[in-house]
Design a protein. Structure first.
Ligand SMILES: NC(=O)c1ccc[n+]([C@@H]2O[C@H](COP(=O)([O-])OP(=O)(O)OC[C@H]3O[C@@H](n4cnc5c(N)ncnc54)[C@H](OP(=O)(O)O)[C@@H]3O)[C@@H](O)[C@H]2O)c1
Length: 297
């Protein structure tokens, strides 16, 4: 946890699920006066032990602070909450820090709503698990009105590595989407590989012994090289071409999956992408050239 450095402020947290609770606890332990509200009140009650005040109604919660941090499941929930009678009136003149995960369109809609309603607006993507909130491992990537962000910067800084991407409220959603793509595809590959090993009678420990250095060398270190290639659109002189990679995927991963009864639907989808690259004449190119297949179909 961070040492308390910012002046004490009043702040309201709307939504006390796993992430909202982590945010509320962190703000409270940084010395701020926190009011919380949650649709299911019992879930907010647990934050009393952190010193939070539990508001009985949404409007009451909003009235308690100049800065409102919202972190609910999705933007359907956000729209429902913003449409509650009395919310528009009470929001006027306050600042909303919208930390509910959303895409670029949600961010831009939120900004428009704030401009129309006369309140400040900051949108942020939390690039972390709840347990990392309050540590430098949690990146909070914000955008929106520069003045609103500056007014909240010190307050929000206890949440983690606070970044400001600029006025465009669509940016956090776009970057978060790209990172989620990286995360989910990687975790799916990792768990699929583990399932293959397990089905073939290889102990998970044995698989992990090789997976860890493999990941570091073949994925983490290769990221920069792949990034450079994508930026320069330079896909020649490769260590492993699209065609070679497809062979490995076909003859090793898919064959082994079929043999051991492991679901390989996701690997077939990956195979289809490689095949499209080859059909488009990219068989001899570096795998970085898949960006062209994804971006241009
Ligand atoms: N958990 C993570 O690892 C993580 C990481 C980054 C970002 N996030 C984002 O953080 C946000 C919250 O996620 P979470 O992990 O805290 O999920 P969660 O534990 O499932 O909590 C969801 C929250 O949304 C509220 N909610 C859902 N529908 C609602 C509605 N129609 N009206 C009012 N409130 C509603 C829930 O209230 P009830 O208690 O009444 O159901 C609860 O407070 C999401 O946008 C998520 O993508 C989460």
């Amino acid at each position: 946890m961070y040492i308390i450095v910012s002046a004490s402020r009043t702040v309201t947290v709307i939504g006390t699920g796993v992430m909202g609770s982590a945010i509320a606890r962190t703000l409270a332990s940084a010395g701020h006066a926190v009011t919380v509200w949650n649709r299911t009140l019992a879930r907010a009650e647990t934050l009393r032990d952190a010193g939070a005040v539990v508001a009985g109604t949404l409007v009451e919660a909003l009235e308690s602070s100049e800065v409102i941090v919202m972190c609910v499941a999705d933007h359907v929930a956000v729209d429902e909450l913003m449409a509650v009678p009395g919310v528009a009136q009470v929001m006027s003149g306050r600042t909303l820090v919208q930390l509910t995960t959303g895409d670029a369109e949600d961010g831009r809609r939120g900004r428009q709503h704030a401009d129309d309603g006369g309140f400040g607006f900051v949108v942020g993507a939390i690039i972390a698990y709840p347990r990392a909130v309050g540590t430098p491992q949690a990146t909070i990537l914000c955008a929106g009105q520069a003045a609103a962000f500056e007014a909240c910067r010190e307050l929000l800084s206890c949440l983690g590595d606070l970044q400001y991407a600029g006025e465009d409220p669509g940016l956090p959603g776009i970057i978060d989407g790209g990172l989620c793509s990286l995360l989910f595809a990687t975790l799916v590959g990792f768990t699929h590989g583990a399932a293959l090993a397990q089905q073939k009678g290889v102990h998970l420990d044995e698989f992990l012994r090789f997976a860890r250095p493999y990941f570091r060398i073949n994925l983490v270190e290769v990221l920069d090289e792949t990034a450079d290639r994508m930026q320069a659109r330079n896909y020649g002189d490769t260590q492993s071409s699209v065609a070679t990679s497809l062979n490995g995927l076909d003859n090793l991963v898919i064959a082994l999956s079929q043999e051991s009864g492991v679901d390989y639907e996701v690997m077939s989808a990956i195979k289809a992408v490689f095949q499209r690259a080859i059909d488009g004449g990219r068989g001899d190119e570096d795998v970085a050239s898949l960006i062209e297949v994804f971006a241009r179909g």
